[in-house]
Design a protein. Structure first.
Length: 310
């Protein structure tokens, strides 16, 4: 049986059904829809302007490699000259090596500079060391790693003279974070999800998430259609039981009621906007490392003190 014809061009057979809109899309209309949506999201939330210097955080997963490929097209159209790919090497043996090669080859193909920054050089320990030094599993691998990664990307962007950090977070990621923040009582963090970037820190960096309005499954499909090779192996320290639960929860809701994720995202936008304007800014200096912090000692230094205490 042949596929229904594309609902956009009425010309080619469709290869993708978008349940929440009822559209059937051919390959080129699907690809165009993702690139167009990314571009519109950037404009809608004033994520970029002429003269910006863009660093894309590229891990080797489907989101970040797809983002890099689309950002290359967008920056060329906008005549933005500075685009670099930053890769953070957490130092997880047997896992990170494959993605480092993947990213290096993909960047060479796109003619984009790839700069690698490692935890070991920045913090004196990699994730393998951190896991063996932590006092208990209550200090979860992803919370240590997430704190280090945020700082590592900031340092990387500053060192390279970039002022915008683009990451591949998609709509599903943000919904999961939203619910995790609610169930763990971290209500202020919901404000951080709001997509319009605010400059932070002493170097006036901006973080942007151009995929924030796109479903995860559509990014996977985009990467496959564009033959973007991505790492699918999971990190051995993956400790995301709540996040996986949230992912399953939203996926099963979406299956029964297509569009429910997008509706929830729209509520998230309103709530995060209200909280965003009342959030504390990182205006203090950490007394240990000198980086910006909401408290006297930043979370990176707190973690390092605990991990080095034996
Ligand atoms: Fe780091 Fe957790 Fe991601 Fe592994 S899964 S790279 S530990 S944040
Ligand atoms: Zn510090």
């Amino acid at each position: 049986m042949s596929q229904p014809v594309c609902s956009k061009c009425y010309n080619k057979n469709s290869i993708y059904f978008r349940p929440y809109s009822g559209e059937y899309l051919c390959k080129s209309c699907f690809i165009f829809s993702i690139e167009e949506k990314t571009s519109r999201t950037i404009s809608k939330f004033s994520m970029m302007r002429y003269g910006d210097r863009i660093a894309v955080g590229v891990s080797g997963g489907k989101d970040s490699l797809s983002l890099l490929s689309i950002m290359k097209k967008i920056t060329e159209r906008k005549n933005i000259k500075d685009l670099v790919a930053i890769t953070i090497d957490e130092g997880i043996s047997g896992y990170r090596e494959e993605s480092l090669t993947l990213v290096k080859d993909f960047c060479a193909k796109l003619n984009i500079k790839n700069e690698i920054f490692g935890y070991k050089d920045l913090f004196g320990m990699n994730m393998d060391n951190a896991i063996s030094s932590r006092p208990s599993e209550k200090m979860t691998s992803c919370s240590i790693c997430g704190t280090f990664r945020r700082r590592a990307i900031d340092i990387a962007a500053q060192n390279l003279g970039m002022n915008v950090i683009a990451t591949g977070h998609n709509l599903d990621d943000q919904l999961q974070s939203f619910l995790i923040n609610i169930v763990s009582g971290d209500v202020n963090r919901i404000g951080w999800i709001y997509p319009e970037p605010i400059q932070y820190g002493f170097h006036h960096l901006k973080k942007i998430k151009p995929f924030i309005e796109i479903y995860e499954r559509e990014i996977v499909f985009y990467a496959l259609q564009q033959n973007i090779p991505f790492q699918s192996e999971q990190c051995p320290y993956m400790n995301e039981s709540i996040r996986s639960d949230m992912r399953n929860f939203f996926n099963s809701l979406e299956e029964q009621r297509p569009g429910i994720k997008y509706n929830t995202y729209k509520s998230l936008l309103k709530i995060s906007k209200m909280l965003n304007s009342s959030n504390d800014s990182l205006s203090n200096k950490c007394s240990t490392c000198g980086h910006e912090s909401t408290n006297g000692i930043c979370s990176v230094c707190k973690n390092l003190m605990i991990l080095r205490s034996d």
